[in-house]
Write a protein that binds this ligand. Structure first.
Ligand code: ATP
Ligand code: MG
Ligand code: MG
Length: 365
């Protein structure tokens, strides 16, 4: 099949590789310039986006922050109903959908104006996170307020956070953060990876521990139930990730949805090394009608993001580590690569992270 991917960053490239590996033809669109790019190449093709759309049997995306012209392309050649999926890019609609489908999530309220934000903050005794309704990622466009620590609401906070629509969400005292990455095909079959633990620094994913965390067993079933109800409702086709907070311990542990990413996801990058079929393969299988594997053969893996640095100190890695470099200019806080390493020891995985983090991650101030 001919596959067109909107976006040519690292996720687009990894999707492109998976498409080619299965014998499909794949082109990427640089969504900033509308140039059409081959996979793993720097020079655009002499083809415009209209011709590429015409060429494609199916269109998919690496990110869901799309301009209206790109939304129109998806409406014509995307397998899932585009409007359903794009509703997830708005935090208020995303939270409303969780409520509608009874997917447990943190208590929240929407605000439309600075005054409404101020009223929300005045009413609550809880520590909260304020999130802009649109456009935030890697912890950007988020603010925190704790009435116990600071009885005044800083005017700067109101000014910045109240500049656009958003939500006020209770700060969750979680045991850990986990995510479920999986895929659904057009027949409604579902194929999910095991839940993995995600550790964030300043709102950015630092590392993922797959098969290295003892999670109460019932959580996998709860997560997959949420996944099925959500993707069935959306009639979603492809790979999708749900980020959760785990609250409580042992048999009383439960999941709260933090957010949903209707695409391949950073917390699924470990599957490139630790699974017989990775998250990009699953996406391509779903959108081209190939069956899912009967079982995913996974191995314990740690994934460390490389953030904001122009090179990584290779001599420190274990020799069997598996590095991915995205070919992007380094800026503090920008993800430029990741390193996967298979180990069955949580202690060794955490020691690897501790040792590598100082040279591998430069966050913004
Ligand atoms: P992403 O890059 O994953 O899309 P994002 O910018 O959309 O991130 P969130 O996932 O909403 O942001 O938040 C980033 C991180 O901030 C979370 O993973 C979590 O560590 C912390 N955080 C967000 N909301 C809350 C909350 N309500 N309670 C506690 N921590 C939170
Ligand atoms: Mg997000
Ligand atoms: Mg997130």
């Amino acid at each position: 099949m001919n596959i067109l991917i909107l976006g040519n960053g690292q996720l687009g490239q990894m999707l492109g590789r998976a498409a080619i590996h299965y014998g499909h033809a794949c082109l990427l669109v640089d969504t900033k310039t509308d140039q059409v790019m081959p996979v793993a190449a720097y020079e655009p093709l002499p083809m415009d986006i209209a011709a590429a759309t015409e060429w494609a049997d199916v269109v998919s995306w690496e990110h869901e922050q799309l301009a209206p012209a790109h939304v129109a392309i998806c409406k014509a050649k995307f397998l899932s109903p585009t409007d359903n999926i794009l509703a997830l890019t708005d935090r208020e609609l995303e939270k409303s959908l969780c409520d509608e489908l009874a997917l447990a999530t943190s208590p929240w309220q929407a605000f439309k104006t600075r005054d409404e934000l101020q009223a929300c903050l005045q009413q609550t005794q809880n520590a909260v996170v304020i999130k802009a309704a649109q456009g935030g990622y890697d912890g950007r466009s988020q603010w925190r307020h704790n009435p116990q620590a600071d009885s005044n609401i800083a005017s700067e906070l109101l000014q910045q956070a109240g500049a656009q629509r958003g939500i006020v969400e209770d700060m969750i005292d979680f045991t850990c953060e986990v995510s479920l990455v999986g895929a659904r095909n057009a027949q409604g079959d579902i194929c999910c990876f095991p839940l993995v633990e995600n550790v964030h620094r300043q709102g950015i994913l630092s590392h993922t521990l797959a098969g290295l965390t003892e999670l109460p067993e019932h959580l996998q079933a709860q997560a997959e139930d949420f996944f099925k109800r959500l993707t069935d409702h959306l009639q979603y086709v492809g790979t999708l990730a749900i980020e959760f907070f785990v609250v409580g311990e042992a048999s009383s542990a439960r999941l709260l949805v933090n957010e949903v990413a209707p695409r391949v996801h950073n917390s699924g990058h470990w599957t490139l090394t630790g699974s017989s079929c990775d998250q990009f393969d699953l996406h391509i299988r779903a959108i081209t009608g190939m069956p899912f594997p009967a079982a995913l053969n996974t191995q314990a893996t740690v994934m460390l993001n490389v953030i904001g640095v122009s090179q990584i100190a290779e001599h420190l890695w274990p020799s069997d580590a598996d590095p991915y470099w995205y070919g992007k200019d380094a800026r503090p806080g920008r993800k430029v690569g990741h390193i996967n390493w298979r180990t069955t020891s949580r202690g060794e995985a955490l020691a690897f992270v501790d040792r590598e983090q100082p040279q591998a991650q430069q966050l913004a101030d």
